[in-house]
Design a protein around this ligand. Structure first.
Ligand code: ZN
Length: 380
């Protein structure tokens, strides 16, 4: 039993009870905080804070799934998720008053880092008693892939330079989690090996903060990692394919999956998370994809898929829609199911199977596409 850690935990609770300091922020932030205070006042009388509850809040879906597994069956732990489960990646996320309410009474906030939660950067400072931990801080600098700022843009041959800049920037960082958006590719959970390291890291944080449940966290972590290992063992042969098809990624998320299984990434054109493309930009994109040769176009199922369908029609290449595990039902096996589907697609695309994943190829749901107008917006 580590007394010191327990004391820190108790002190944090005391601080929380004595109220939070709120530094002056932007106007929007002030409005949000005011809204939060109103909500707090309204719910004041029915609020009976459970002093012995360890409350963990995650920023978005994949992290919540992770915590569901790590805290399964552990007494006295309450987990909550900030963004709705269908939100997807948080790249363009707008903070809502209700998100701040979810942070009320939290002991630990688990964020992805690497810019995924940039919308919260000013807000977290207003919760001095909240412990914030970033998944990315559980990883090694050399395991990270460069983000948009360092992605090589078409064929400008500036690739080596970008790599150097990227490593300089990540090596100099005190915290990989606190790196701003664009420096690193933050979708690390799509590499099973990195995902396991992150699980172990978060499990160690939970164990430190809630010492009496250490054994349960460790058992849960080991059991979940066992399931992950069982899954990846089934797809080990993917790593051994002698000549692999290249990938054109329409969202940088799958760079980690491609990297884990040795599929060369020909181009990453991070078009899906942005909405609004001119006809000229789309033509450039088509040329870029044509240049990549016989590649598989991989799109992310969190986006509408309109651009991938357009590319498939124009280039004749097959598109595969993969699941980055960023939205869905709150189910413990959600990551495992998403990853199994993705690995199955890689197996099919590599001609290793009779094709149970063919259904996800070239799904044309929306034939009346206005090719010259804005495309790429989310389907809701
Ligand atoms: Zn993303």
């Amino acid at each position: 039993m580590n007394k010191k850690r327990q004391n820190i935990f108790l002190q944090r609770r005391e601080k929380r009870k004595s109220g939070r300091s709120r530094s002056a922020g932007t106007w929007v932030l002030s409005v949000l905080l005011a809204a939060l205070l109103c909500l707090g006042a309204l719910s004041g009388c029915q609020k009976t804070e459970k002093e012995d509850t360890f409350k963990v809040v995650t920023s978005f879906y994949p992290l919540y799934i992770m915590l569901m597994n790590l805290t399964d069956g552990v007494d006295g732990v309450e987990i909550a998720n900030m963004a709705e489960p269908q939100t997807g990646c948080l790249h363009d996320y707008q903070l809502r008053p209700k998100d701040l309410v979810s942070l009320e009474g939290a002991d630990l906030f688990v964020a992805n880092g690497g810019g995924m939660e940039e919308f919260l950067s000013d807000v977290l400072d207003t919760y001095p008693s909240l412990t914030v931990t970033y998944l990315l801080d559980g990883l090694h600098e050399e395991d990270l892939l460069p983000g948009e700022d360092h992605a090589h843009d078409g064929h400008d041959h500036a690739h080596a330079h970008e790599e150097e800049d990227f490593h300089e920037e990540t090596e100099a960082a005190d915290s990989l989690g606190k790196l701003p958006s664009g420096v690193v590719n933050p979708h690390t959970w799509l590499n099973p090996e990195l995902y396991k390291e992150e699980l172990q890291y978060i499990s160690s944080i939970l164990s430190e903060m809630d010492e009496e449940n250490r054994e349960s966290y460790e058992e849960n972590c080991a059991s979940y990692i066992g399931k992950i290992d069982k899954l990846t063992a089934e797809y080990e042969a993917l790593k051994e394919i002698p000549s692999k098809k290249g990938c054109v990624l329409l969202h940088e998320s799958f760079a980690y999956l491609a990297d884990a299984y040795g599929f060369p990434v020909m181009e990453t054109v991070d078009v899906e998370k942005d909405s609004g493309f001119s006809a000229r930009e789309i033509r450039q994109l088509i040329d870029l994809v044509r240049e990549a040769g016989d590649a598989m176009i991989i799109s992310d199922s969190q986006y509408s898929g309109r651009i991938s369908r357009l590319l498939a029609e124009e280039t004749g290449l097959v598109t595969y829609q993969m699941d980055s595990g960023v939205s869905g039902e709150y189910e413990k096996d959600a990551w495992l199911d998403a990853m199994r589907g993705n690995l199955e697609i890689l197996r099919t695309a590599s001609g290793m199977t009779s094709g149970s994943a063919v259904a996800s190829e070239n799904r044309v749901k929306d034939p009346e596409k206005p090719a010259d107008s804005e495309t790429g917006s989310r389907e809701e």
